[in-house]
Every structure is written in structure tokens, then in C-alpha cells.
Design a protein around this ligand. Structure first.
Ligand code: GAP
Length: 444
């Protein structure tokens, strides 16, 4: 995709997100807060459905993984032990000419703010020396800034899992190999947030840490790679737009022995969607050292005592949501016009069905409202009686609603309704009292 096409597609997605209530710029009435976004009525439903889909596959359907929700603020020593205080840094460079601040390792792909046709390393601006910039947000605990303890907003959810691993072991009767899963906010003071919700300073992660015997790490690493790429397939993401990228020696994070990214072909190119990491015993050993608490596991069956290795799967929730939108967005040429349609998988679509009376008379609105009231106990539905029915279909196509149900004059005679499917636009008549099961079979 050319740069112009890719910008166009992203601009169209961003504008659809605002128009239909998926995502808004944060603090918009004050000019916006850079790289922060708010999820609107449809966005929050989509995000909730993605998280539930992840939780179902990673926790509910498995006997060997349990959930956790650790606090965002944690003891500051955790971040010393994890290596984030010293090592979670990006190289930063300032331009004295344009006053811009850039990542030193991305100068050749960062356009100059003053001369956007040139990259920062070609525009002739006067650059400073490189400084190391820690990405963690700091704040203070307690009422007084000076006397208070410095605490960090967590840059990953993983550490909350490691420091609770013994608690979970003792309370859940799990045995190695087992996993702990968590969904939660993370914060990074990114130097160059960009591409809408792709890289932001506040975001949500869906992480799972799988504890294994040290000599079983490679086998589990391969297992989790396949599981995770398969999950995106089940989410409805096109296979051709997914691939693995193996980290080379110089790309590996400070904790990783091996790492693969699941990458997605975004309009702005192949980019990381999720990381699968072999973190070895790095984290638990460091916490053992820094806290003085024993992090070893005793295997009853083999009488062995060891610090487990950890295979981590770390996905970004917002990035997955952007993936779903980009993958689903389509402008379809029809005979007379073009329609914009979001072909989201029905399993994660924010609203499962639009319910319309064909006209606002003859008892049709009352019947359609009655259907809406019954269905809303089971799924998100949306009642709409405004405008021509064709326009109402198009609004739901753009919103990604997989089904539209119309109550018309025939409904009054034989209690059937028309169901229109979003992708094919095919319509069929079904008995109104079978509607719930019809939809359930297709959207859950
Ligand atoms: N615990 C390991 C870890 O955090 P990571 O590769 O730094 O690994 C994992 O992050 C995932 O979190 C990424 O693949 C991405 O989906 C998401 N992520 C990371 N930084 C992000 C940011 N600034 N904005 C949005 N998502 C981000």
C-alpha cells in the first residue's frame, strides 16, 4: 500500500471511529491530549468483547490457567528488581532547530515536523547528543510530594503476576506447568506515540505468564506461539495479514532468551501485535534476590526444587482493537453506490442486531420495541426507527452490526420478520419467536 493510500485508509478509520462512536481524542474540547484516546459507546463494547474473547480462551476454557487483577501501583522495589528502573529506556535526541524530540534509533523513519518530506536525519536540523530516557511514569504516594515515596505507573502488567505467583500457587492448587492471566492498564511515556491507538502512553495489556520446568521451556514456547497466532484467526483476522517475526539478538528485551512477535499488516506496514517471550527464570530470580523471599517451586512428583521458567504471551488490547477495525474496514462498490462496511466477526461486534419497524405506524414500532426489549436481556441490540430503512441498514453496516431485523406489514399478519445479514446483504424471513435462537447461533 502506498503512503498516500495508507494515510487515507487510516484517516477513514479514524473518522469512522469518531462518527460512529468508537474512539474519540481525549480532552478534545481543550485541544486534545496527545496520544490519549477515549472509547465511545461502540468502542467500549468492542473492547469488552475482545477482552472477554481473550479471557474465555486463556482462562475459562483451560484448567491450567487462572486469573489475577493486581494493582497498578506497586512497591517501587519491584521495578528495580525487574530491571525497569535501569533498563527500560529509549535513546532520546532533541533537535535544536525545530525543538522536536525524537527516538534516536528511528531518525531515518521519522519525518521532520518542519519539513515533512524529509526524515529527521536528512533535514539539516541541529541534533543534540543521545540521552537515555526512562519510559516509566513516576508519581508520589502520600500527601506530600517531598516526603512521599516515589511510585511508578506500571509499564507492563506482568510484574503483578510474578510477585503474586506464590500466593496463587498456595490458594489455587495449581501445579507447574500452569499460568496466570491478567488484563489491565499499562503506562509508558513513549517518545514518539503514533498511528492513532497503535502506540499510546496509556494502554491496556492482556498478558499471560506460564510457569514451566526449566528444561521444558522450548517446548512450551513453541506451543504458545501456535496458540496465540491461532487466537487471532479465531477472532476473524485474515490469515494473510498475520505473520511471526523472530527477534534477533539486538532486539531482545533485557529479560528474554527468545521472542517472537505476532505481526499484523496495518495500513502503515507490518507491526507488532503481540509478543511471545521466553523470560527464563530472570524475573522470579530477581524478585527472589531483591525481596529475600524464596521463589522456588517444589515438584511433589519428582522431588525437585527449582525456580520456574516463564513463557509470556503479551498482547495489547487497544492494538488488537485497531487490528480488528483495520481488518474489517471495507468500501464495497455496489451497482449504484459505495457502502462502507465493518466486517467485524459477529462474536465481537459491539451491537449484534439493529431492530427496525419499517414505518412508524400500524403497530410496527410497538412490535419492534417489544422484540428489542426481549432480545436485550441476551445481547446488545439497537432500536432505530429514524429515516428510510436503506439508510438505517447503511448506518449499521458502518457500525459493524452483523444483523438487522425489520418488522413490516407481513409481521402483523404472520409474525415473521426480515433478517438482513451485513456482509452478503441477503435477507430471509423467519418466525419472530425463533429470532433469539437464530441470532444466538450466529453471534456467540
Ligand atoms: N510484558 C511484556 C511486554 O510488555 P511489550 O512487547 O513491551 O512486552 C506487549 O508489550 C504488547 O503490549 C505489545 O505487543 C503491544 O501490543 C502492547 N503495547 C506495548 N506498548 C504499547 C503502547 N505504547 N501502546 C499500545 N500498545 C502497546
Amino acid at each position: 500500500m502506498s503512503k498516500t493510500d495508507s494515510d487515507n485508509k487510516m484517516n477513514k478509520i479514524v473518522s469512522l471511529c469518531k462518527r460512529r462512536g468508537y474512539i474519540y481524542q481525549s480532552s478534545e474540547i481543550y485541544g486534545g491530549l496527545d496520544s490519549c484516546y477515549d472509547y465511545g459507546p461502540l468502542g467500549i463494547e468492542l473492547k469488552k468483547n475482545i477482552k472477554e474473547f481473550w479471557w474465555k480462551h486463556m482462562v475459562q476454557l483451560r484448567d491450567d490457567i487462572v486469573g489475577l487483577d493486581a494493582s497498578i501501583l506497586m512497591h517501587p522495589k519491584i521495578w528495580e528488581a525487574s530491571g525497569h528502573v535501569d533498563g527500560f529506556v529509549d535513546p532520546l535526541i532533541d533537535c535544536k532547530t525545530c525543538k522536536g524530540r525524537f527516538r534516536a534509533d528511528q531518525l531515518d523513519s521519522t519525518p521532520c515536523p518542519n519539513k515533512p518530506s524529509k526524515m529527521v536525519n536528512q533535514c539539516g536540523g541541529e541534533l543534540t547528543d543521545i540521552r537515555q530516557f526512562n519510559l516509566m511514569f513516576k508519581t508520589h504516594m502520600g500527601p506530600l510530594e517531598e516526603g512521599g515515596t516515589v511510585v511508578y505507573l506500571r509499564p507492563e502488567t506482568a510484574q503483578g503476576i510474578y510477585v503474586n505467583y506464590q500466593n496463587v500457587l498456595q490458594s489455587s492448587r495449581q501445579k507447574v506447568p500452569f499460568g496466570i492471566a491478567q488484563i489491565g492498564k499499562a503506562f509508558r511515556n513513549e517518545i514518539t506515540p503514533r498511528n492513532f491507538i497503535f502506540r499510546t502512553r496509556e494502554f491496556e495489556q492482556m498478558e499471560m505468564q506460564f510457569f514451566v520446568k526449566p528444561d521444558a521451556d522450548t517446548e512450551w514456547f513453541e506451543y504458545w506461539k501456535e496458540q496465540r497466532i491461532g487466537w487471532y484467526d479465531e477472532l476473524g483476522i485474515k490469515k494473510d495479514n498475520l505473520r511471526f517475526h523472530q527477534h534477533g539478538e539486538n532486539e531482545l528485551a533485557h529479560y528474554a532468551k527468545a521472542a517472537f512477535d505476532v505481526e499484523y499488516l496495518f495500513p502503515f506496514g507490518w507491526k507488532e501485535l503481540e509478543g511471545v517471550h521466553n523470560r527464563t527464570d530472570f524475573d522470579l530470580s530477581r524478585h527472589q534476590e531483591h525481596s529475600g523471599k524464596d521463589m522456588k517451586y517444589f515438584d511433589d512428583a519428582t522431588r525437585e526444587r527449582f525456580v520456574p521458567y516463564i513463557i509470556e504471551t503479551s498482547a495489547g488490547c487497544d492494538r488488537t482493537l485497531l487490528t480488528c477495525l483495520a481488518d474489517a474496514y471495507e468500501e464495497e462498490e455496489l451497482e449504484k453506490d459505495t457502502r462502507t462496511v465493518l466486517r467485524l466477526s459477529p462474536k465481537i461486534a459491539p451491537v449484534k442486531a439493529g431492530i427496525f419497524p419499517l414505518v412508524k405506524r400500524d403497530g410496527m414500532p410497538e412490535l419492534a420495541r417489544k422484540l428489542t426489549d426481549e432480545l436485550k436481556h441476551h445481547m446488545m441490540v439497537f432500536y432505530d426507527e429514524g429515516g428510510a430503512v436503506g439508510r438505517r441498514y447503511r448506518r449499521q453496516d458502518e457500525a459493524g452490526t452483523p444483523y438487522c431485523v425489520t418488522v413490516d406489514s407481513q409481521t402483523l399478519e404472520d409474525q415473521t420478520v426480515t433478517v438482513r445479514e451485513r456482509d452478503s446483504m441477503a435477507q430471509e424471513r423467519i418466525a419472530a419467536d425463533g429470532l433469539l435462537n437464530y441470532l444466538r447461533d450466529r453471534v456467540q
